[in-house]
Write a protein that binds this ligand. Structure first.
Ligand SMILES: [Zn+2]
Length: 237
């Protein structure tokens, strides 16, 4: 089981760690700042710096089959580090921060469009959500205007944990029908955007909505009778 440092502090760029095992599937560390692919967000990329000066490029990060161990996937043909070796694990911060901004913007998009979410994905400074919006008419310019209004509030984000039982007693907290919040550990993390939004989420977020920057709604696409796919893109800061 890997200690997940990004969950309490998504702004950590690097951390010291030790190799627990390394095989063809990936390199497991005792602790990591690397976010593993999941919840519609891609896995982090970056490097593992070894004491001998060697650096191992990490091309992706995934969960092992136990869903508790995080695997840092090296480029093909990489010499694997020895078990117990000390490393500095460092993520590609520019890329991660673009994803944190996009991911947080999608929380706000679900406030602008308060419909059940049936899917979504986070990219580098862009992302999409699919809504079960029924007969509602979604106006691109209006959605964009309201989304930027919420960003401009510069509301702070915070997190707290509740038990699985508390979440079951409050099913309205879950907006996403296709992506179940991470559970099974007995507790669930709630992400609050002060005054705007509260939902369970395992992803990485910015500290204040103002960090998202200017957002554009690039497309609203019909996906079946009642589904609409809304794509957004963020301007470079
Ligand atoms: Zn989130």
């Amino acid at each position: 089981m890997t200690e997940v440092l990004f969950r309490d502090d998504s702004y950590l760029v690097e951390a010291k760690a030790n190799v627990v095992f390394a095989d063809q599937r990936g390199i497991a560390l005792d602790r990591t700042v690397f976010y593993p692919q999941g919840g519609g967000q891609p896995g982090d990329q970056g490097v593992l710096l070894l004491a001998d000066g060697r650096s191992i490029a990490v091309v992706n990060t995934v969960y092992d089959t136990d869903r508790k161990t995080i695997l840092h996937v090296p480029a093909e043909g990489t010499d694997l580090p020895a078990v117990g070796a000390g490393v500095v694990a460092r993520i590609d911060w520019d890329r991660r921060f673009r994803r944190m901004r996009a991911h947080t913007a999608l929380h706000l998009l679900s406030v602008v469009l308060p419909y059940p979410v049936t899917g979504g994905s986070v990219g580098d400074a862009e992302g999409r959500l699919d809504f079960d919006s029924g007969d509602a008419v979604l106006d691109k310019a209006e959605v964009e205007r309201r989304l930027n209004e919420l960003i401009a509030i510069d509301a702070p984000l915070s997190q707290r944990w509740i038990t699985d039982a508390e979440l079951e007693a409050n099913p309205s907290l879950v907006k996403t029908m296709s992506v179940k919040p991470p559970s099974g550990t007995g507790r669930v993390r709630l992400i609050a955007i002060e005054g705007l939004d509260l939902q369970p989420c395992g992803g990485t977020h910015v500290a204040r909505t103002g960090e998202i920057g200017r957002a554009s709604v690039t497309q609203i696409e019909k996906k079946g009778k009642i589904n609409r796919r809304v794509r957004i893109a963020l301007a470079s800061p």
